[in-house]
Design a protein around this ligand. Structure first.
Ligand code: PLP
Length: 328
């Protein structure tokens, strides 16, 4: 069996059982096995193909979007395959691996200093929007403000999880950035069975968690930093916060003890899901999403042996110290 094209290979990722030390069943959706390496392949593909169908994106066009990295990688990959010019606007928080991956697909980068708010005219999102407005024949998927982002997961990730668990899932756990995948999957699952609990994870330092007074944080991709129209609170039962410390400490354990080399959002999801699962019985069937691979963060030294409590201190890069000064 072969796929007709690269984009047809997006999705249908494996769901595997994690041998957790608790009565509940814990299953992991390995989204890092998508061709572009993350859950964002699904949203980028859906946004691009919907725009092609509606005529918003035409042959010879330019795709411009803002991204913490993975949506940019997915957009660059799909754009390269379909023959579009791609420009991705990022902030200096992005890992070198993600930055170089976007460039390796031939996309252009706009780099911005991190800003406190996404709506700031100097933010990576605002710069993408401004460029889109002045670029003829351009299309902006606008993952942060376009609810179609969540629709992508309603039609793809949600049904897969439902089918792979034979409809037996009781709890769904995911990290929220735009809120796209937790909202899309949440809507699908709630329509199938309103009793399924949907739990989103947010950074403890995000705009939402700090009631509008965000502080710097290191986990790239998780963090509700604006009033997102993509985040559908009607289908999310709980939003729980996770610290950098707990998320990053889990990364080493997952890689060293379980062979799961995953990115920081997966560390956050694993830590918080295991905590949550302590109060569940053996009837619970939990699905958590591991959004991307640790290969995109190796330069950040999150997986090194024996660093223990020094981990956070040792990974305070120059960029991170600048972020702290800015109180972002
Ligand atoms: C690895 C990873 N996990 C989780 C998320 C959060 O996903 P969403 O934007 O769908 O909320 C992102 C977002 O960039 C991500 O890159």
């Amino acid at each position: 069996m072969f796929y007709q094209s690269l984009t047809k290979a997006i999705g249908n990722t494996p769901l595997i059982k994690f041998s957790a030390d608790c009565p509940a069943t814990i299953l992991i959706k390995l989204e890092y096995l998508n061709p572009g390496g993350s859950v964002k392949d699904r949203s980028a593909l859906y946004l691009i193909e919907k725009a092609e169908k509606s005529g918003q994106l035409k042959p010879g066009g330019t795709i411009i979007d803002a991204s913490s990295g993975n949506q940019g990688i997915a957009t660059a990959m799909i754009g390269a395959m379909k023959g579009y010019k791609v420009i991705i606007s990022v902030s200096e928080k992005i890992s070198q691996e993600k930055l170089k991956t976007i460039q390796a697909y031939g996309a252009e980068i706009i780099m911005s200093k991190p800003t406190k708010f996404l709506e700031d005219p100097e933010s990576y999102h605002s710069k993408a929007l401004a460029l889109h407005k002045k670029t003829p024949n351009s299309f902006m998927p606008n993952q942060y403000f376009n609810p179609v982002n969540a629709e992508a997961h309603y039609y793809s990730l949600g049904p897969e999880i439902w089918e792979q668990t034979d409809g037996k899932i009781t709890h769904f756990f995911a990290a929220a950035g735009t809120g796209g995948h937790v909202s899309g999957v949440g809507k699908y699952l709630k329509e199938k069975n309103p009793n399924i609990r949907v739990i989103a994870f947010d950074s403890e330092n995000s705009w939402r968690s700090t009631h509008g007074k965000p502080k710097p944080y290191k986990v790239e991709g998780m963090g509700i930093d604006f009033d997102s129209p993509v985040l559908n609170k009607n289908v999310i039962d709980e939003i729980l916060t996770v610290s950098d410390r707990d998320a990053l400490a889990m990364l080493k354990k997952l890689a060293h003890n379980y062979g799961l080399l995953v990115g920081p959002t997966s560390g956050a999801v694993a830590y918080a899901t295991f905590e949550y699962a302590k109060k569940l019985d053996n009837k619970a069937i939990c699905v958590m999403v591991f959004g991307d691979s640790g290969r995109a963060y190796l330069s950040k030294n999150f997986y090194e042996q024996g660093k223990g409590k020094q981990l956070l201190k040792s990974t305070k890069t120059k960029q991170y110290r600048e972020l702290e000064k800015l109180q972002i």
